[in-house]
Write a protein that binds this ligand. Structure first.
Ligand SMILES: Cc1ncc(COP(=O)(O)O)c(C=O)c1O
Length: 403
């Protein structure tokens, strides 16, 4: 079978996102009419002749050669996500963290300097602090509210800026276009973790991002049953990302990729419901005396609302609440442990509602997290919001009664 590389895929006329989600990365005629690209469980692809084998060395071979490099399944997902987000191409990885590590190491080398937003996902910070520094890369964290003032942090060796907007746990919105302009003026690469925004709601490449990373474990998969990462890059950064991924042996299992492709087809309808439910919950939570702050940029009262409204085409269902200071740990435990519909769980982006008590204090160095109350991260799932509100209302009653 002739290989369909993302670069060789004939361009579709520019389709609307909802149509792209259905059409892109599918080719029934290439798969005996199967609507979905099957999960190709293939490490080895047969070469018809020794001449074909030789052609792989000169990169002129049109077929598949080895599963780690590409299969029709991996290419279908890469093709679909890259088209949706507007990148030149994509690479799948075994997890979101693997995607982040691959993106960072594709642009950084010994002696380089990296700027990182203070609100990034904890394991991203850990990778920067514990791995990149071991290889002689200097890391400086910056206040997520910095905007264009980031320009003064660049040094001659600054090669990359890593952002995540909204920030993990605390949901600060970053001015990505302003940061991108400063990065490009210094000839640095902007890498952005777009897991919350998804390739649908935040169009990384029209906002100046060079490399967009996703934990596809979250909304792209959408069903809490896979682990996957994806790196999408613009034309300038894609060759370095691909080469680095090849050198590190970055790839992912066919079943997870297949499930991610299946999840992707319904991303838009799921996100619409996540947003609707999350807004209803955020508005309810804003009225509760037990809550000091709701951290959710789509709320008009959120400090990041104007940037969210300017740059994003919608919202996903992840937010945090900060309880009014003074509740004891066992009262918070009574509230959380007794919830029936909110499961205590670390991931998000699936169909189900989740709750996660968290403490951002130790994961900030350029800024300080000074909220006195307990932070609870909430993922608002696809349940009926009236039931979710009733579950939390009963939880607040336990919180008050245990105090
Ligand atoms: C914002 C963000 N980025 C990246 C990751 C890492 O993804 P994975 O768990 O697929 O490695 C997560 C996981 O929670 C996340 O929340």
């Amino acid at each position: 079978m002739t290989k369909r590389t993302p670069d060789a895929t004939p361009p579709l006329p520019r389709l609307q996102d909802d149509t792209l989600l259905i059409e892109q990365g599918r080719a029934p005629a290439d798969h005996y009419g199967a609507i979905n690209v099957p999960a190709y469980r293939a490490s080895t692809f047969a070469f018809p002749t020794t001449a074909d084998l030789a052609a792989t060395r000169s990169r002129s071979y049109a077929g598949y050669s080895y599963g780690r490099a590409a299969t029709p399944t991996s290419e279908a997902l890469q093709d679909a996500v890259a088209a949706l987000e507007g990148g030149a191409g994509a690479v799948v990885a075994s997890s979101g963290v693997a995607a982040i590590a691959t993106a960072l190491t594709s642009v950084l080398g010994a002696g380089d300097h990296l700027l990182v937003a203070d609100c990034v996902y904890g394991p991203t910070r850990r990778f920067c602090d514990r791995v990149l520094t071991r290889f002689g890369i200097e890391v400086t964290y910056f206040d997520p509210a910095i905007g264009a003032a980031i320009g003064r942090l660049f040094k001659p060796g600054t090669k990359a800026v890593f952002t995540e907007s909204p920030g993990s746990l605390t949901f600060e919105m970053l001015d990505i276009p302003a940061i991108a302009a400063a990065a490009h003026a210094a000839d640095a690469t902007l890498i952005n973790d777009n897991t919350w925004g998804t390739p649908l709601l935040f169009k990384s490449f029209t906002h100046g991002v060079d490399i967009s990373v996703h934990s596809a474990t979250k909304y792209i998969g959408g069903h809490a049953d896979l682990l996957l990462g994806i790196i999408v890059a613009n034309a300038r950064s894609l060759p370095a990302v691909r080469t680095n991924a090849t050198n590190f042996g970055v790839c992912a299992g066919p079943d997870d990729i297949y499930l991610a492709l299946r999840g992707l087809r319904t991303l838009s309808v799921r996100l619409e419901r996540h947003q609707r439910n999350a807004l209803a919950l955020a508005e309810f939570l804003s009225t509760r005396p037990e809550i000091d702050r709701v951290l959710y940029p789509p709320l008009a009262s959120d400090p990041g609302h104007a940037i969210w409204q300017r740059d994003f085409g919608g919202a996903s269902g992840l937010m945090s609440i900060v309880l009014t200071p003074g509740y004891a740990d066992d009262a918070v435990a009574a509230m959380v442990d007794g919830l029936r519909l909110f499961t205590i769980g670390a991931s998000w982006g699936g169909f189900e509602s989740l709750i996660l008590p968290s403490d951002p204090t130790r994961a900030r160095t350029a800024t300080q997290w000074t909220a006195g109350g307990q932070l609870l991260r909430l993922h608002i799932g696809l349940e009926d919001p009236r039931d979710l509100i009733a579950d939390l209302t009963a939880g607040f009653e336990r919180l008050r009664n245990a105090t």
